[in-house]
Write a protein that binds this ligand. Structure first.
Ligand code: NOJ
Length: 531
């Protein structure tokens, strides 16, 4: 496929996100590990994914599930060791799958040796330190845990001190605002290179970059942050031209010009603060913020949304970037509710995947979404998963459901030792039974991936012409494929008014009829037709 034949290009691949804690446990200690992933490569190859992104698997106190790194150069012992990672990378490559790691450049754990040293030494500038004025620290600063007076700036949780990449605007009244080329910021930029080099030399294919826009502080328009990433990208292009850099930025139109190969549409980020993705399939029941309001999304069984917001943000991003394959469209991720989250019925999932896998963005499938694993509500806070009263990420991080056994095949450890409980619903889906059933969601996802890989018109390079952004969503790919998506529980019609569609040949469909003037879609139907 073009993905494997075009080095450095992830844009034709289907990306698959693995949360290592919960994917596969090879040693029965109740927590997933790198060897577990290697053992399950067969599933990923069978599914047809071209690349995997592993959430952080580095040494860490795990207060934010690994996004609090205490050693950038070593795999966390609970996941194995660096040799295990090398083996995973090699075996994955043998199956045409590339492995991307999660790079956390903006902060470390407060247990990282850099921070421990910095908290003792007033001359150290790897972090952002301020002094008290009139007995108070500036806003957001956290008191020093060491002999050093004053306090430090956190980047996310308080135990994640921000690494100092400088400020775009300095101010004599705020002496902690160092210039981007001061010693501390320069040392941190060099360290990023060293970290990337370490893993690239072991064979990894690139990185998903955590909070990529957060590095340079007070940076209007992300000008200095963009310069930093462009410089790193230039280095990467020279030394590791096949490597990919994907951003967690939430604004592809800004992140890609800033130096990334691709960026995710996310529930936050960009001028509209994540509205484009939320307008597509965000339900308000699991990982929600008050300021997001309660507008229904397009993938709403009651047909109350519109695909227009997402489609125009997508069109705008592509107009800026000039390459659809740089825009990544996730089904979900470890920070937000899964696609299968109340009140969304499971019946809607085939239409959601038919959309995601025929749309000209890079599809990213969150582990377990391919079998329709659901967001499990009300789980206890686990390694920093709860962010607020209506914001619990644990429900999206439960063990992969491999089979029907008591632990869903995730682990042989007693259930109470699992990282998170398996979905207690006795009707929970699992890989083994869906693989045995050709009518399952898993088979559909696999077929759609295969169709996408075999049909350039359906991938990022095929053109997109949207005929209707209401219900059913109707578009033409590559001038030859008609796609119809009905996420609603109603039968809906659209008068397409196009000649030539009536005789269209169904490629893959369920419940869509096309005639000379109109098309009709049954509840939750989807259709892909060639004409
Ligand atoms: C974004 C990550 O996706 C999230 O899981 C983490 O808590 C924060 N960044 C902090 O690193």
């Amino acid at each position: 496929m073009s993905e494997s034949s075009a080095p450095g290009r992830l844009s034709d691949a289907v990306l698959y996100q693995i949360y290592p804690q919960s994917f596969a446990d090879s040693d029965g200690d109740g927590v997933g590990d790198v060897r577990g992933v290697t053992e399950r490569l067969e599933h990923l190859a069978w599914l047809g994914v071209g690349a995997i992104w592993l959430n952080p698997c580095f040494a860490s106190p795990m207060r934010d599930a690994g996004y609090d790194v205490s050693d950038y150069f070593g795999i966390a012992p609970r996941y194995g060791d660096n040799d295990d990672l090398v083996k995973l990378v090699d075996e994955a490559r043998g199956r045409g799958i590339r492995v991307l790691l999660d790079l956390v450049p903006g902060h470390t754990s407060d247990r990282h040796p850099w921070f421990r040293a910095s908290a003792q030494n007033p001359d150290d500038h790897r972090y952002i330190w301020a002094q008290e004025v009139d007995g108070a620290l500036p806003q957001r600063f956290v008191p020093s845990p060491g002999a050093r007076p004053g306090g430090y700036l956190p980047n996310f949780f308080d135990f994640q001190p921000a690494l100092n990449f400088g400020y775009a605007r300095t101010d004599p009244a705020e002496p902690w605002r160092q210039a981007v080329d001061a010693d501390g910021p320069r040392a941190n930029r060099d360290a990023l290179r060293e970290i990337m080099r370490h893993w690239l030399a072991l064979g990894v294919s690139g990185f998903r970059v955590d909070m990529a826009s957060s590095l340079v502080k007070d940076d209007p328009g992300f000008v200095e942050t963009g310069k930093l990433w462009s410089e790193l990208r230039g280095w990467l292009d020279r030394e590791y031209p096949d490597a990919s850099l994907l951003a967690e930025w939430g604004d592809p139109a800004v992140a890609v010009p800033a130096g990334f190969h691709g960026d995710f549409f996310l529930q936050f980020g960009g001028a509209a603060d994540g509205l484009p993705l939320r307008s597509l399939w965000h339900t308000h029941t699991a990982t929600d913020r008050e300021e997001w309001g309660d507008a229904p999304c397009y993938f709403d069984a009651e047909a109350r949304g519109s695909a227009g917001t997402f489609l125009s943000a997508y069109a705008q991003a592509v107009a800026t970037i000039g390459e659809p394959g740089h825009v990544i469209l996730p089904t979900a991720n470890h920070d937000f509710a899964r696609l299968h989250c109340a009140p969304r019925p499971a019946e809607q999932l085939p239409a959601a995947f038919a959309f995601q896998l025929t749309f000209p963005a890079v599809p990213a499938i969150y582990y377990g979404d391919e079998i329709g694993m659901r967001y499990v509500p009300d789980l206890p806070d686990t390694e920093g998963s709860v962010l607020g009263p209506h914001y619990n990420r644990a429900g999206s991080r439960t063990p992969m459901q491999w089979d029907q056994g008591p632990n869903a095949g995730f682990s042989t450890a007693p259930a109470e030792r699992l990282y998170l409980p398996v979905d207690p619903d006795p009707r929970r889906p699992d890989v083994a039974s869906q693989r045995a059933d050709e009518n399952s969601l898993l088979h559909l996802v696999r077929d759609l991936i295969a169709l996408r890989r075999a049909t350039p018109e359906l991938g990022p390079s095929g053109s997109l012409e949207v005929l209707h952004d209401g219900y059913p969503l109707t578009y033409i790919r590559g001038g030859r494929y008609l796609v119809v998506i009905n996420p609603s529980a109603r039968t809906v019609e659209f008068a397409h008014g196009r000649t030539g569609l009536a005789g269209a040949t169904p490629v893959r469909h369920s419940g869509v009829a096309v005639d000379a003037d109109a098309l009709t879609a049954q509840p939750f139907a989807f259709g892909i037709f060639r004409f």
